[in-house]
Design a protein around this ligand. Structure first.
Ligand code: NAP
Ligand code: ZN
Ligand code: ZN
Length: 349
């Protein structure tokens, strides 16, 4: 098996460093992809640092993958060598449970094979992600990528894009909706772009005053610094829907108060710590608190096609693989405008 260059974490406390991996030879239904770009998601940091527990090492993170097909198995019908292709957060699922059959494979009851920090289904073989030069996956878990968009900007759509598109669609955000997006990072800035594109009135709620001008450029109509108690009070019972993308511990109740009667706040951010919640902010306006995880293959393709049609990509800072540890530090300081994307050419020299 050929040796493939990657960057891996050997433990929860060591920086990422060069590591050689191997990939399976493409089987009849497999597609081999030369990875061009991979986005850097905050979930990569959570898992590399074992903040959610259960991390397996060595770990090659990366689940916002865009590349070009190099080889296809004999039974592959959806891709041919030379095609652009994308891989998101998972590479397989049981295919038979009710959620898989409904195209919601990310909620598979039989067990999802995640793109990294997971096992190939039914085996003990670890999966390795997109901080690497080559990947092999089943064609049914690979997305088509348009050749009209800027490729580095497409990579983050595979996680940050679908994770924000899916709940906005599920909760019917559109013209007339008042939407709050909490946290203007990788997910948040895509949430703003989609909610604005769907016709909603969008407010960014951020800890960083310095992001106001960007928020408005991204499509937000209003901007709130969450430490400004007076301004927060003014938005009480204001929003129909709040998309909460925050990656660290914070007070959910503070944001629930901003929902109007029957409003919903959906969590997509996954702070490692448990967050206490009082009943009153929910009860006092029949509000709902919900969660949402990425999206299925069918909806991910729908989102990519929507982006191609509406010329939507992520705002990115392209980095060489060698800068990944610095990029993590900057993300932890909320210092990213708005997604780091690794150019894998830096590992191919
Ligand atoms: P990110 O780029 O680091 O953005 C997170 C943003 O949260 C920051 O930019 C910051 O925005 C805000 N923030 C950070 N610390 C905060 C604090 N202590 N209090 C309040 N706000 C804070 O991260 P990301 O890649 O967008 O990911 C965000 C979260 O979503 C992570 O937990 C990640 O694991 C999770 N995630 C979930 C899914 C899913 O399927 N549900 C998919 C992907 C990622 P401001 O500077 O504007 O305040
Ligand atoms: Zn992600
Ligand atoms: Zn399933």
């Amino acid at each position: 098996m050929p040796i493939i260059a990657s960057y891996a974490a050997q433990s929860a406390t060591t920086p990422l460093a060069p590591f050689d991996i191997s990939r399976r030879e493409p089987g009849p239904h497999d597609v081999e992809i030369d990875i061009l770009y991979c986005g850097v998601c905050h979930s990569d940091i959570h898992q590399v640092r074992n903040e959610w527990g259960g991390s397996a090492f060595p770990m090659v993170p990366g689940h916002e993958i865009v590349g070009r097909v190099t080889r296809t198995g004999s039974h592959v019908t959806k891709f041919k060598p030379g095609d652009l292709a994308g891989i998101g957060c998972f590479v397989d699922s049981c295919r038979t449970c009710v959620n898989c059959r409904d195209g919601e494979e990310q909620y598979c009851d039989g067990g999802v094979a995640w793109t990294y920090n997971s096992k190939e289904r039914g085996t003990d073989i670890p999966t390795f992600g997109g901080y690497s030069t080559l990947i092999v996956a089943d064609e049914n878990y690979i997305l088509h990528v348009a050749d009209t968009l800027s490729l580095p900007g497409v990579a983050p759509l595979l996680c940050a894009g679908i994770t924000t598109y899916s709940p906005l669609r599920h909760w019917n955000v559109g013209k007339g909706s008042k939407v709050g997006v909490v946290g203007l990072g990788g997910l948040g800035h895509m949430g703003v772009k989609f909610a604005a594109a769907f016709g909603a009135d969008v407010t960014v709620l951020s800890t960083s005053k310095s992001k106001e001008a960007d928020a408005r450029k991204l499509g937000a109509h209003d901007f709130l610094v969450t430490s400004d108690e007076e301004e927060m009070k003014k938005r009480k019972s204001h929003f129909d829907f709040i998309l909460n993308t925050v990656s660290a511990k914070h007070d959910y109740g503070q944001y629930l108060q901003l929902l109007k009667l029957n409003g919903t706040m959906t969590l997509v951010g996954i702070p490692p710590d448990a967050i206490p919640l009082k009943a009153n902010p929910l009860i006092s306006r029949r509000r709902s608190l919900s969660g949402s995880m990425i999206g299925g293959i069918r909806e991910t393709q729908e989102m990519l096609d929507y982006c191609a049609e509406h010329n939507i990509v992520s705002d990115v800072e392209v980095i060489p693989m060698q800068m990944i540890n610095e990029a993590y530090d900057r993300m932890l300081r909320s210092d990213v405008r708005y997604r780091f994307v690794i150019d894998l050419a830096s590992l191919k020299v």
